[in-house]
Design a protein around this ligand. Structure first.
Ligand SMILES: Cc1cc2nc3c(=O)[nH]c(=O)nc-3n(C[C@H](O)[C@H](O)[C@H](O)COP(=O)(O)O)c2cc1C
Length: 392
């Protein structure tokens, strides 16, 4: 998708002058990206952080705690954001930035922006239509969505409404037959990639979630799976009936032996694991610390990204999530070697604040902020964003 500078700045100006949710439509740069602001209450979020109080006011306390919580003292949750804030940019001036190209091609498919929705479980806790509203909201903004294995809507139902590429996040099960069926169900439903989560043999010590006594809604993707008991966080038994603590590289090879769609590893921080993944034949690496929800005090993902990207050395695409809240964060992630970023909590807050329209709005704001960051750093294409844009 190409934008003229005039279009980019006109939309940014419209945001500033008229507010985010004016009575008239704010029309972004293509037909996929039309925002219907009137379905959102009169509040006017103008950046991603603005959605949090709106969401908190509408969500149940339990849902809010579930989404917001991290592990332990939530240091990694904080570091994910702070690490972006510490990185300074080094712009070039007097560059013709009158035409922008924000497109990126991932696994043969073009995406208008290098911004995807990370998998987040149990979205009906946040908003009654849950993943259906998210898929519609993502489609309206032209963004791909990664659907969680632990979604509260089945992959088939979400695929029916998704107009943009849908990827599937896989929590492998100890029942290999079930795992194989789940992969094949996701592929049959039309999912274009599989993201195997490798950082969650058990869930983290999520104190806040435990205090809030979160009970997850039914998970239709796991229908038919024989599980020892209901999934509860805070159990004294750290192992969980729906997570495979015995998952190893052998299982990655096994999945690769039959998966028809690209298989990515989600939750890699160590460059050695990334290298091993490339050698095993995976199609992509997602640098993630699960939004700080699993192992507290691991570094911010933007700190881990450069090492992983250096090790992978362009052999396969590298992605990153965790703490992305600004267009400048997206630009920084791309500069350090990511092909695209994913956002988690921000769109869930958008969902909680305003359902489908909130998800679209979150994406539109981030997309516009990325355009502005590109213009103001003198980078007109995604491939033109490299480490020279970082102030060292
Ligand atoms: C409420 C919630 C549920 C999540 N559920 C999953 C999940 O089912 N599978 C998974 O791989 N990651 C899950 N994650 C992690 C996200 O995919 C992503 O790594 C993280 O949210 C990125 O950090 P951010 O929230 O700061 O953007 C979840 C995150 C949140 C906040």
């Amino acid at each position: 998708m190409r934008f003229t500078r005039r279009e980019a700045l006109a939309s940014a100006g419209a945001l500033a002058a008229a507010g985010i949710f004016p009575a008239a439509k704010v029309v972004a740069q293509d037909s996929h990206a039309t925002v219907q602001p009137d379905s959102v209450a009169n509040a006017e979020p103008i950046c991603l952080a603005d959605f949090e109080p709106l969401a908190k006011a509408k969500m149940s306390t339990t849902a809010w705690e579930y989404v917001t919580a991290g592990a332990g003292d939530e240091l990694t949750v904080r570091w994910n954001k702070e690490a972006y804030q510490r990185i300074r940019l080094k712009p070039r001036v007097l560059v013709d930035v009158s035409k922008l190209d924000t497109r990126v091609t991932l696994f043969g498919q073009e995406h208008p922006f290098p911004i995807l929705l990370a998998p987040t479980s149990a979205q009906t806790l946040t908003y009654p239509e849950g993943e259906i509203a998210t898929a519609r909201g993502a489609s309206a903004a032209g963004a791909a969505m990664v659907l969680s294995s632990f979604s509260s809507t089945s992959v088939e139902d979400v695929a029916t409404v998704a107009k943009t590429p849908l990827w599937f996040q896989l929590y492998a099960q100890t029942d290999h037959g079930f795992t194989r069926d789940l992969v094949q169900r996701a592929e049959a439903a039309g999912c274009r990639a599989l993201c195997l989560t490798v950082d969650t043999p058990v869930t983290g010590a999520r104190n806040r979630e435990t205090r809030a006594d979160v009970k997850l809604p039914p998970m239709p993707n796991l229908k038919g799976l024989k599980v020892a008991g209901p999934m509860r966080t805070g159990s004294l038994d750290i192992f969980n009936g729906v997570l495979d603590a015995a998952l190893t590289w052998k299982d990655v090879e096994w999945l690769l032996s039959f998966a028809k769609t690209p298989l990515l590893l989600k939750g890699v921080l160590n460059p050695e694991d990334a290298d091993r993944g490339v050698k095993a034949g995976v199609a992509g690496i997602m640098v993630s610390n699960h939004g700080g929800r699993n192992l507290d005090t691991v570094p911010a993902t933007i700190e881990a990204l450069p090492q992983v990207a250096d090790k992978v050395a362009g052999r396969i695409p590298v992605f990153v999530d965790g703490g992305v809240r600004r267009g400048t964060d997206v630009l920084k992630a791309l500069a350090f070697g990511a092909s695209a970023v994913l956002i988690g909590r921000p769109y869930v807050y958008g969902l909680g604040a305003a359902g489908q329209a909130g998800v679209t709005k979150v994406l539109n704001i981030l997309q516009r902020e990325l355009q502005i960051a590109m213009v103001l750093t003198g980078r007109t294409t995604i491939s033109g964003i490299d480490r020279s844009v970082i102030w060292t």
